[in-house]
Design a protein around this ligand. Structure first.
Ligand SMILES: Cc1ncc(COP(=O)(O)O)c(C=O)c1O
Length: 432
């Protein structure tokens, strides 16, 4: 074998070992959750499908972000998971909120969140929506075009606009730069336009793209924006005070993605020198909540097709697995019987396993959750479990085919005993 082929083989083996270790860890975590009293109670109460939400994981993740980037003001992107239990822990922990629409604002104002902690980052808004947000006390908004700036003429004098920049991110799961954002020349024009309209531009925002597993790209976008701010301050004789580094921090769905520590290590040297002068903020969504929710489904049908075994589950792409459709992510799916400690446990890959296709419950042929999943022989009623189902699942689910929304069971710990309890809560934003 030539040295290049040998090297490729070595890399492949190492990658396979890393992937197996990641999956084993996820399997162990999922097993611990599923065998908890709370999870069993939630399944007994709701049957399947059911989403198990652990708000404490959200709190821990927020604290982790704060510890690693202490000079960044985090505003949770409510769109990722607009659940009361999530908003409660983040409100309690002092986190800010990033909203994209009126219902999200209502969720926050109803619970008495200080509007100074809310930013509205959708670059395109109905005039009535801007008026409602201003009336509620929100003052920070994002714009990326002349028409949007003109909507803010006559707004209260403490209104602050952030101009959204576009950075191409072909490796992100969703590269948002084609729909929103401007380049440096247009950014300069927009600052001038806002000045002429008597509206303050406080700084810039961007979103490097969702699920972007590249800490260097985050750091480069921050550095480029800081450079642009410096140039425009001198050229236009203005002073900016805010840099919004957006969201996009990746979650580890089917493989280990760059973690919060890696992101922070790349961003810190770029941002920290500016932390005294600038209000540096971020709008993370998925990284805050993805790991906090787990989906439990069951097999409702089994068929042998020309391409092998198909299992039909009671949740699918039009329900909680909408993240597969809208976010192009691939959550792991474990059979309960394959989890360590399960009564009928047998190690993955052992005899009796086969590659199978997992389909959702609707009669739409595109409702296929995953292909080539190694699973044991399953029977109707057997449970399957997907971790990392917190972000862009319930919020993008539909009631297609007359199927109800999957209920969310909130797992919590009692204040004194530390005992795990379960509360049921299927409250959610209406689908728009
Ligand atoms: C403006 C804005 N901010 C924040 C987010 C959150 O992104 P993520 O969940 O990838 O962190 C999004 C996602 O689409 C967004 O559009």
């Amino acid at each position: 074998m030539n040295p290049t082929a040998l090297h490729d083989l070595h890399v492949k083996r190492r990658d396979a070992r890393t992937a197996r270790a990641f999956e084993d860890r996820r399997r162990a975590e999922t097993s611990a959750l599923l065998s908890s009293v709370a999870a069993r109670a939630a399944i007994a109460l709701h049957g399947t499908p059911v989403l198990l939400l652990d708000p404490e994981r959200v709190r821990r993740q927020y604290r982790h972000l704060r510890r690693t980037l202490p000079f960044v003001g985090f505003h949770y992107a409510v769109k990722a998971l607009a659940h009361d239990a999530v908003l409660d822990v983040l409100d309690d922990a002092g986190c800010g909120f990033d909203i994209a629409g009126g219902e999200e604002l209502a969720l926050l104002t109803r619970r008495g969140v200080d509007p100074a902690r809310i930013i509205h980052t959708h670059p395109i808004k109905k005039p009535a929506e801007i008026a409602a947000a201003l009336a509620a006390g929100v003052r920070t908004f994002v714009v990326d075009n002349d028409v949007e700036i003109d909507k803010f003429r006559g707004a209260p004098p403490d209104t602050r606009l952030l101009v959204r920049l576009a950075y191409r991110s072909p490796h992100a799961k969703s590269d948002l730069s084609s729909k929103f954002g401007v380049g440096p020349f247009e950014a300069a024009h927009l600052v001038e336009r806002a000045l002429a309209a008597g509206v303050t531009v406080a700084g810039f925002s961007y979103h490097v793209g969702s699920q972007l597993d590249d800490a260097g790209r985050f750091a480069a976008a921050a550095a480029d924006t800081l450079e642009l701010m410096d140039i425009l301050e001198r050229r236009l004789n203005v002073q900016f005070d805010t840099l919004d580094i957006g969201g996009g921090f990746p979650a580890s769905y089917d493989a280990e993605a760059a973690g919060v520590d890696e992101m922070a290590a790349a961003l810190r040297p770029v941002l920290e020198p500016h932390a005294r002068r600038l209000d540096i903020i971020a709008e993370p969504g998925r990284v805050m909540v993805a790991d906090a929710m787990t989906l439990v489904t069951s097999v409702v049908g089994i068929a042998e097709r020309s391409d092998g075994r198909w299992y039909y589950l009671d949740d699918g792409l039009y329900g909680s697995y909408s993240n597969v459709l809208t976010e192009d992510v691939h959550p792991l799916v474990f059979a309960e019987r394959d989890l360590p400690g399960s009564a009928a446990s047998h190690p993955a890959g052992a005899a009796g396993h086969r590659w199978a296709t997992l389909a959702g419950p609707t009669c739409d042929s595109s409702d296929v959750i995953a292909r080539e999943v190694m699973l044991p022989d399953l029977r109707v009623g057997d449970l399957l479990v997907s971790p990392t189902m917190g972000a862009y699942t319930t919020v993008t689910a539909t009631r297609f085919n007359g199927r109800p929304f999957t209920p969310v069971a909130v797992l919590g710990r009692g204040p004194v005993t530390g005992e795990i309890a379960v509360a049921s809560d299927a409250r959610r934003l209406p689908i728009v």
